[in-house]
Design a protein around this ligand. Structure first.
Ligand code: ATP
Ligand code: ZN
Length: 226
C-alpha cells in the first residue's frame, strides 16, 4: 500500500445524524476499516484512505485548510461556511463533489404556535434566533426584510420561550422538535442533504485516481438504492 502522504484523508461526523450513513456509504463502496485507539482516526485496510472523525461544523475548515482531502457534511453547513468565508473576504477552498441521499432536512423559519405569519414581511423588525446567521442574512436581504439575527450555538428552539427571540430559523426534518417546543414551521429557506466536498488543492495522481474511483463507487451505490 502507499505511504502516509499519499493516503486520502476523509473527514466524517464523529457522532451525530450523519455518522452511521457516512460510514455505511464507505463500507458499501468496499472499504474495510479499523478504528484507532483514540476513536478519532479510522484506518482503511483495503484502500489507501483514512477517516478522521470530527464535529460536523469543523469539516469544511479541515478541507479548506487541506488537512483532509474529502469530507462528508450537510449542505446547510457547507453553505453557511461558504458565506461566512465570503463575508470575511476569504475565498472558500472547498468544492462540492456529490450530493448524497441521506441527511435530508430543511432550514426553515418557525414561529410560536398562535403567532401570525403571512410571508417574509412578517419577519420585519423581529428577532430571529439561529445557528445559521449567514444563510438567514442572505434570505432576509433577498426578501428586502430588515430583522435582528440572534446568533446562538445551539438550543435554538427554546429561544422564543426564553424571550431571546420572536422566531427561529433552524433545521427541521420530521417537525417533532418544533412540536415539542410549541413552534410551527412557517417558511422553508433551504433544502439540505449530505454532500461530499473536496479540496481544490492539486493532489497526487495516485490520490486523484482514488478520488475518482470512490466517486464512481458512490454513484453506483446510490443508484442501487434509488
Ligand atoms: P456535532 O456534534 O457534530 O456538531 P450537531 O449537533 O451539529 O453535531 P447533528 O444534529 O448530528 O449535528 O446534525 C448533523 C447534520 O445532520 C445537520 O447539519 C444536517 O445536515 C443533518 N440533519 C438531518 N436532519 C436533521 C434534523 N432534523 N435536525 C438537525 N440536523 C439534521
Ligand atoms: Zn454541529
Amino acid at each position: 500500500m502507499m505511504d502516509k502522504a499519499s493516503r486520502l484523508k476523509v473527514a466524517l461526523q464523529k457522532s451525530g445524524r450523519l455518522t452511521d450513513n457516512s460510514l455505511d456509504l464507505l463500507v458499501r463502496c468496499g472499504l474495510k476499516y479499523s478504528r484507532g485507539k483514540d476513536q478519532l482516526l479510522c484506518y482503511g485496510e483495503n484502500m489507501p484512505l483514512d477517516l478522521l472523525l470530527v464535529r460536523d461544523d469543523d469539516i469544511p475548515d479541515l478541507v479548506q485548510q487541506d488537512v483532509c482531502d474529502l469530507g462528508i457534511v450537510g449542505l446547510n453547513v457547507i453553505e453557511e461556511k461558504r458565506l461566512a468565508f465570503q463575508a470575511r473576504g476569504i475565498a472558500p477552498l472547498f468544492e462540492q463533489l456529490q450530493v448524497l441521499d441521506f441527511g435530508k432536512c430543511r432550514l426553515s423559519i418557525a414561529v410560536p404556535d398562535g403567532a401570525k405569519y403571512d410571508g417574509p414581511a412578517s419577519l420585519r423588525g423581529k428577532r430571529i434566533a439561529t445557528t445559521y446567521p449567514n444563510i438567514l442574512a442572505r434570505y432576509l436581504r433577498e426578501n428586502d426584510v430588515t430583522a435582528e439575527i440572534v446568533t446562538l450555538s445551539g438550543a435554538v428552539e427554546i429561544a422564543p420561550r426564553l424571550g431571546r427571540a420572536d422566531f427561529i430559523c433552524d433545521l427541521v426534518s420530521t417537525g417533532s422538535t418544533l412540536l415539542a417546543n410549541h413552534l410551527r414551521e412557517a417558511e422553508m429557506i433551504m433544502e439540505s442533504r449530505a454532500a461530499i466536498i473536496s479540496t481544490p488543492v492539486a493532489v497526487s495522481a495516485e490520490k486523484q485516481a482514488w478520488i475518482q474511483r470512490l466517486r464512481m463507487r458512490i454513484d453506483g451505490v446510490q443508484q442501487v438504492k434509488e
